[in-house]
Structure formats: structure tokens, C-alpha cells
Ligand binder design. Structure first.
Ligand code: PEP
Ligand code: MG
Length: 537
């Protein structure tokens, strides 16, 4: 059977499906009573005990607290009371008591107590899975050549994927520039999103061919089809191999200005790979990805160590580190952000950081300290008004003063830039360019906000077009405004690696193309074909 979706990576693979199905909604399950509830509690207890003995001691402590909740009269006994004395279905009782207790923890002032809500949610979900007989799929331990199939995966789930064994991802939802796709690209997965009906058509254990170039997914292919795809894979790999000679290449315009091909990264490991693949710098470090695959916020010291090591790896090259862009499709469970009607238009990125100054300043201090290690530049995301930029700059000044007062060494004179990803900022690019050291155009958001097209909705994929004249007009205007004011203009959205867009952007005079790890050599190769661009090794 052949299905189609949106192919988002330059990869074709053959592997075995692992289907992740969601817990059904309450109404769709049979009534479950006290006996099933007690069995589910016992299974949960055994699972948690097994987990505690299999993880390092510090992680074990988190699960030990789950065991305590299992004994807590306000938790499981309250559930049992609803089921036994008030005749509630066990699923509804677990959802209600777990939901209420999460809410009470959220209302505490102390962050330590607020964080307990995430533990309660985790435990509640475990009991529900056991009640409903749904096995938990541990994304960090899967067989080799696994292709994950799901309705959708959150960026946190994608961050947990075991890259050594998972080679592909097929989802029913998701647009081409969603953060799940961006993470899948960084992990070099063959990814097809927006593949309608995949869940109804495939079972765990089925063989799958995923052609992420064309967006084709073939379920249980016959030997002839498999051979055709083996040949295609060989050809594609040979083509990718032939780009290896691009690794040491540096590109320059005839006037001597460098055209930088930098990397978009989300971790220290990505930074290492970016260097190996020939990146001339880091154009975007999505620091929020450091916050995804864990249960607690990283401390200033932890952040400092990562930022410093990445900057040292890229000695002599520019490393643009973006301050937190949380919100939108990147929800961080332990930060407990209230649900919003329109998260992409809500308290996201700089808006969230300006509201939670402590979170922001912890990061800014880590960055200011790490900047002593090299050319670390700080970049603010989602700036829509001069007022927001001024507020962020003011907090940066305050962090410098506090570090100074405490006698902690940091770099005073680092470059500060901003993303241009809201149309208002692009339109006012001249005003902004007078106040920052560089721009970086985020076309993923600039396109969705200019065209009012959700970047994560596969149904709107045809309308999501960064080559739309309205978007390219804003991009051209932004680059010209930057150059008028004497600052460079970078791009770190997915458009920077698009073969059809690169010639246009090079013609506009874009200074830096920051792309995913897998696109570095191809981007250099296309740039080299442009008039007025030469290379040196
Ligand atoms: C963008 O919006 O283009 C961008 C690079 O930021 P993100 O994809 O993380 O929103
Ligand atoms: Mg963005």
C-alpha cells in the first residue's frame, strides 16, 4: 500500500514500523472498576521500582517521589474512594484526582513545589496507561532500523528519540517547518509529515519504505519495489558522498566579503557534527532544545558550561546563541505555562522571557560569562517592537551590573542581535538596525505571520510559501535596511537551505546562510554556482 505526505528530509530508508497510539478519550473505553484500578496501581509500582534500579541515583530520586505519591492518601486513596463509593469509572477518577492535585501544586509560589505537578502528571499518565493496557513505548530504547509512526510527536518526544536505532518518522500531522521536523532533521531521520491515514493503515512490525524526498510511504512493499528503493538509496548516498569535498570550502564575494554557511544547532553534540560537516560558524543555537529532554530547568552553571564548550569548539568563528524561544509548539512541561487559545500568537519567546525575568536573567548571565571563550553573540527572538528590544537590552545591562558587583568575570563588549521574524519588525527594519549589531531573518515564522498560515498545519502546506512576493519583499527590505545601517544580515529559517531560494537570497546580498546540519554541503554547492561567488579551501 502506498501513502503520501510531505517529505521533509533528503533521505530514503527501509525499516520496521513502531506505531505510537494515543490513550483513547474517556468516552471510548469500557467502564473500569476498583479491581482494574488496583491492578493498574500494582503494575505501576513494579514499573517504577524497576526504573529506580535501572537509572543513576539522581534520576532515581525523581521516580522515588512517584512511589511516595502512590502511597499518598490524597492521591490514590481519593481515586479509590470515587470509584468504590461514588461509582466513578476508574479512568475518570484517575484523570480527576491527578488533574486536581496538579492544579494545587501549580498554585504554590515555590518553584520546587510547582515542579511537583509534572511528577503527578507523569504518574497519573502511567496509571492510565496501565488501566487501559497501553504499553509505554520508551523512545530511547528501540530496535535498530525503527520507523516511528504517530499522529504527531511533540518536540520533547522528538528530542528523546534514540538516534542510534530510529531512522525514520512518519506522522499524520505536522507542517514542513514545525519544530518536530526541525529536530528530526538534526537527527538525520527520513521524515514524512502530514501523511493522512497512516495510523489506520500500519501496524507495529510492518515493513516500511520511507522516501522523504518525494513524501512517499510504502507499507509491506513487494521484493521488486524493495529492490527499486535499494537502488535509489545507493544513488542518493553516492550523491551525498560526492559533496564531501565541500567541507573545507569557504565562500567569498568578488568584493572580498565572506558568504558564511553556518549551522543551526540545538545541542553540544550538534555543534560537534556541524564542525565535521564544514560549518563556518553557528548561526542559530536554539537553546530551548536544551530544556526539552529533561524534568528540571538547567541551572546557570549547566547552561554556562554548554555555551562555553560550543563557543570553544568554534574558536575564531561566530557563534550566535538565541535566548529562549519557549511557547508556540515548544511547551516545556515543568515550566507549567497556562494553556493559550493561540500559542503562536501568545506569550512566546521574548514575551515569555520578559515576563519571567529570573528565567531570562539566568540565561543571560550564563551567556555573558561564556562569551569570554570566543565570538559568542546573543540574539533575541520574536522582537515585534522597539519597546521589547529596549526592555531586553535593559535586563542585559542589569545582568552585567550584577555580575560585575559579584566580581564574576564576563565579556562586556559582545555583539547583540535580533531575529526578524515578525512582519512588524521587518517593516521597521531601519529603526531596529540602528540599535543592534546584526539581524537574522527567521523565515519559518516570518512566512507564517505574513501569510497567516500555521507552519505546523499540513493542510495549509500549499499556502505556506516563503517564495510568496509578500515574504520576499520583506526579506529584501530587511537585508537592504541592515546594509544601509552598516550591520550584517543573516538568515536562519529553513528558506536559507532551499535550492530554489538560495540564488534569490544570494542576489539580495544575504551575508550568512544558517542551515540544518544535513544541508551544509548542499548549500555551499548551490552558492558556489552563483555569479560573483568564489571559493577558497
Ligand atoms: C524561524 O522562525 O525561522 C526560526 C529560525 O526560528 P524557529 O524555527 O525556532 O521558530
Ligand atoms: Mg522563529
Amino acid at each position: 500500500m502506498i501513502l503520501t505526505g510531505i517529505g521533509v528530509t533528503e533521505k530514503i530508508i527501509i525499516g520496521t514500523a513502531c506505531v505510537l497510539r494515543e490513550i483513547p478519550k474517556t468516552a471510548a473505553v469500557p467502564v473500569l472498576g476498583i479491581e482494574e484500578f488496583r491492578t493498574a496501581l500494582e503494575t505501576s509500582r513494579k514499573q517504577i521500582e524497576a526504573l529506580i534500579s535501572s537509572v543513576p541515583a539522581d534520576q532515581g530520586a525523581i521516580f522515588a517521589s512517584h512511589l511516595n505519591f502512590l502511597e499518598d492518601p490524597e492521591f490514590t486513596q481519593e481515586m479509590a474512594k470515587l470509584i468504590e463509593q461514588e461509582g466513578w469509572d476508574a479512568v475518570r477518577a484517575v484523570e480527576k484526582v491527578s488533574g486536581d492535585l496538579q492544579q494545587s501544586f501549580r498554585e504554590f509560589e515555590e518553584p520546587y513545589l510547582q515542579e511537583r505537578a509534572a511528577d503527578v502528571r507523569d504518574l497519573g499518565e502511567r496509571i492510565l496507561r496501565n488501566l487501559l493496557g497501553k504499553e509505554e513505548t520508551d523512545l530511547s530504547r528501540l530496535q535498530e532500523q525503527t520507523i516511528l509512526v504517530a499522529a504527531d510527536l511533540s518536540p520533547s518526544q522528538t528530542a528523546r528519540i534514540d538516534g542510534a536505532h530510529v531512522t525514520g518518522l512518519v506522522t499524520e500531522q505536522g507542517g514542513s517547518t514545525s519544530h518536530t521536523v526541525i529536530l528530526a532533521k538534526a537527527r538525520d531521520l527520513a521524515a514524512v509529515v502530514g501523511c493522512t491515514n497512516i495510523l489506520a493503515s500500519v501496524q507495529t512490525g510492518d515493513s516500511l519504505i520511507v522516501d522523504a524526498l518525494s513524501g512517499t510511504v510504502i507499507i509491506n512493499a513487494d521484493p521488486e519495489q524493495i529492490q527499486i528503493y535499494r537502488d535509489k538509496i545507493q544513488k542518493l548516498e553516492a550523491e551525498q558522498e560526492s559533496r564531501q569535498n565541500m567541507i573545507p570550502v569557504q565562500l567569498f564575494r568578488t568584493d572580498g566579503r565572506q558568504v558564511v554557511v553556518a549551522a543551526n544547532i540545538g545541542s553540544e553534540e550538534d555543534a560537534r557534527q556541524a564542525l565535521e560537516k564544514g560549518a563556518n560558524g553557528v548561526g542559530l543555537f536554539r537553546t530551548e532544545f536544551l530544556f526539552l529532554d529533561r524534568d528540571r530547568m538547567p541551572s546557570e552553571e549547566e547552561q554556562y558550561q554548554v555555551y562555553r564548550r560550543v563557543t570553544e569548539l568554534f574558536a575564531g568563528k561566530s557563534v550566535v546563541i538565541r535566548t529562549l524561544d519557549i511557547g508556540g509548539d515548544k511547551q516545556i512541561p515543568y515550566l507549567l505555562m497556562p494553556a493559550e487559545e493561540n500559542p503562536f500568537l501568545g506569550v512566546r519567546a521574548i514575551r515569555l522571557c520578559l515576563k519571567h525575568e529570573e528565567l531570562f536573567c539566568t540565561q543571560l548571565k550564563a551567556l555573558l560569562r561564556a562569551a569570554l571563550a570566543g565570538d559568542l553573540k546573543i540574539m533575541f527572538p520574536m522582537i515585534g517592537s522597539l519597546g521589547e528590544l529596549h526592555q531586553a537590552q535593559e535586563l542585559l545591562r542589569r545582568c552585567k551590573a550584577e555580575l560585575s558587583g559579584a566580581g564574576i568575570p564576563f565579556r562586556e563588549n559582545l555583539e547583540i542581535g535580533m531575529m526578524i521574524e515578525i512582519p512588524a519588525a521587518a517593516i521597521q527594519a531601519d529603526e531596529f538596525a540602528r540599535e543592534v549589531d546584526f539581524f537574522s531573518i527567521g523565515t519559518n515564522d516570518l512566512t507564517q505571520y505574513t501569510l497567516a498560515v500555521d507552519r505546523g498545519n499540513p493542510e495549509l502546506n500549499r499556502l505556506y510559501d516563503f517564495m510568496h512576493p509578500a515574504v520576499t519583499t520583506l526579506i529584501k527590505h530587511t537585508i537592504e535596511a541592515a546594509h544601509r545601517q552598516g550591520i550584517p544580515c543573516f538568515m536562519c529559517g529553513e528558506m536559507a537551505s532551499s535550492p530554489e531560494a538560495i540564488p534569490l537570497l544570494a542576489g539580495y546580498g544575504l551575508d550568512e546562510f544558517s542551515v540544518n546540519l544535513s544541508d551544509i554541503s548542499r548549500t555551499k554547492m548551490i552558492l558556489l554556482k552563483q555569479e560573483g561567488i568564489r571559493h577558497f579551501r
